[in-house]
Write a protein that binds this ligand. Structure first.
Ligand SMILES: Cc1cc2nc3c(=O)[nH]c(=O)nc-3n(C[C@H](O)[C@H](O)[C@H](O)COP(=O)(O)OP(=O)(O)OC[C@H]3O[C@@H](n4cnc5c(N)ncnc54)[C@H](O)[C@@H]3O)c2cc1C
Length: 464
């Protein structure tokens, strides 16, 4: 027996080694680094440790040709994530978009989430569970919006999305608790839709990426050191091409900063990515020139209200989006629900803090909820929170790719309310762009920065 135990231990060591070879991941722990502080150099610095940042980090390591061939650092200024969109989001995923790119980003991401164990499990750690709730979105259209809804439906079906149209009679039969007054037609998702816990997804990406050798660093990116090269355009104008050499990272609770030498950076700073772009002068040139075009991303405050209604719809309750824009969904099984409404341009609230406007619920959200689901006439508002959309003021769609005048800055931002669901596929797309030099799985070139200069909007009909 005494001889048997050391042999068994040896077998375990061998088994763990084999498991590591099959599941990418390691106990990488660089001795020369102080945990959390910025290293002196990295190949790739990711600015922003939200879900998009950590997904990008994961995919970069997953795709690297040789293990530890690419040194990736993720810089996050707030380890509590108090204002990050990721953790304040509602965590919904749907295929019901009007742009083929958005539909495919969702289908790919849903596929990733379905197989999340294969991607994000770490040897010797608890299996990943993001508490995915597979429930369809139900978009309701009145007479005015019905043609657009039907057109979207055709596009979704053509792209392979499993969605169906329901008449008011069919709706009534399927969801007897729903008031169909004013509904001309509805669109319902049959698969690849639902919601999950945003924190759990962020942590799963983070834990896995760290196990693969990504270096997490706490600090704020406050500027860049770069060189410029003058170039002539076809119409004989001078433009400066910039290349970043160092990212200046200010340490937490300090005025000191550490320059991190790097080959390229990924700007995934969410609602603050416009600010990060400004640090390298993007948008500072004369109006009407490429140098004068800003990265059009800014924080926009959105409220999420939590309410209780013991007699409300049960397990079969979809994520309802009324034609007035009000949405709601079940939250667990105890008669709790989440809901909200994006304000109009004129109603946009002050973004200086994350205070909640409770009047907005009473005046703008509740009346539609109560009209649509009569049981909600007797709801009790329990709590609420606010978060920032990483809002693209130009066309409310993602910005994915490089900048024409800053050679080594990549973007993945501006998702305007649909970033968490697309994060798995977007992280892979950015990793492809960096490591393969082009998009390979999904062509996302429509989301290029250059559209702002050309003035061509990439419009999505289904923004919630
Ligand atoms: C109320 C609400 C509901 C939402 N619902 C959904 C939904 O149902 N489905 C969906 O798909 N999406 C939803 N979204 C949108 C989604 O949350 C975002 O699009 C997504 O989380 C963006 O992720 P991110 O990693 O780009 O940004 P973030 O999560 O904001 O991460 C960016 C990080 O960058 C850090 N940072 C910023 N500047 C610097 C700097 N200079 N130096 C270092 N770090 C910096 C920030 O601290 C932050 O942690 C919702 C958003 C909100 C607010």
């Amino acid at each position: 027996m005494l001889f048997f135990v050391p042999d068994l231990e040896k077998e375990f060591v061998k088994f763990r080694q084999k498991a590591k070879e099959v599941l990418p991941g390691s106990d990488w722990s660089p001795l020369h680094q102080t945990p959390g502080l910025p290293p002196e150099w990295a190949d790739i610095v990711i600015v922003g440790g939200g879900v998009v940042g950590w997904s990008t980090a994961y995919w970069l390591k997953k795709k690297e040709a040789i293990r530890e061939g690419v040194r990736v650092v993720v810089v996050e200024r707030d380890p509590t994530y108090a204002k990050a969109s990721t953790v304040l989001s509602v965590g919904g995923i749907r295929q019901q978009f009007s742009l083929p790119e958005n539909i495919h980003l969702s289908i790919e991401s849903a596929h990733f989430l379905r197989n999340i164990q294969e991607h994000l499990n770490v040897v010797n750690e608890e299996p990943v569970d993001i508490q995915f709730n597979p429930t369809g979105y139900l978009f309701l259209a009145g007479q005015e919006q019905s043609a657009i809804l039907e057109e979207n439906h055709q596009i979704q079906r053509a792209q392979g999305a499993a969605v169906t149209l329901l008449s008011p009679q069919q709706l009534q039969k399927k969801f007897p608790w729903l008031n169909t007054d004013g509904v001309a037609i509805a669109s319902y998702g049959l698969e690849n839709e639902g919601w999950f816990d945003p924190w759990l997804l962020l942590n799963a990406f983070r834990r896995k990426a760290i196990s693969m050798g990504v270096f997490p660093c706490y600090g704020e990116v406050i500027g860049f050191q770069y060189s410029t090269r003058e170039m002539k355009t076809d119409d004989d104008r001078s433009v400066s091409l910039k290349r970043i050499h160092h990212v200046n990272v200010r340490m937490p609770n300090s005025i000191e900063y550490q320059p991190v030498e790097c080959a390229l950076i990924v700007n995934v700073a969410g609602a603050w990515s416009g600010k990060v772009a400004e640090m390298i002068g993007i948008g500072n040139g004369p109006e009407g020139t490429l140098e004068g075009i800003k990265l059009p991303v800014e924080p926009r405050k959105r409220y999420v209200y939590v309410f209780h209604c013991p007699n409300g719809p049960g397990l079969e309750c979809p994520l309802i989006v009324d034609h007035k824009g009000v949405y709601c969904r079940r939250d667990g099984l105890g008669g709790n629900y989440l809901g909200g409404l994006s304000p109009t341009e004129e109603e946009e609230p002050d973004i200086s803090d994350l205070e909640v406007d409770y009047e907005y619920f009473h005046n703008s959200v509740w009346p539609t909820l109560a009209q649509r689901v009569p049981a909600f006439e007797c709801l009790k508002l329990k709590s609420a929170w606010a978060g920032y959309y990483d809002y693209n003021t130009f066309d409310q769609n993602a910005i994915i790719g490089t900048h024409p005048l800053v050679a080594n800055m990549y973007f993945a931002t501006g998702f305007s309310g649909h970033g968490i669901q697309h994060s798995p596929a977007v992280g892979r797309a950015i990793a492809e762009l960096i490591l393969d030099g082009k998009f390979k799985t999904l062509d996302l070139s429509a989301f290029d920065f250059i559209r702002f200069f050309k003035g061509t909007k990439v419009l999505e009909n289904n923004i919630v």
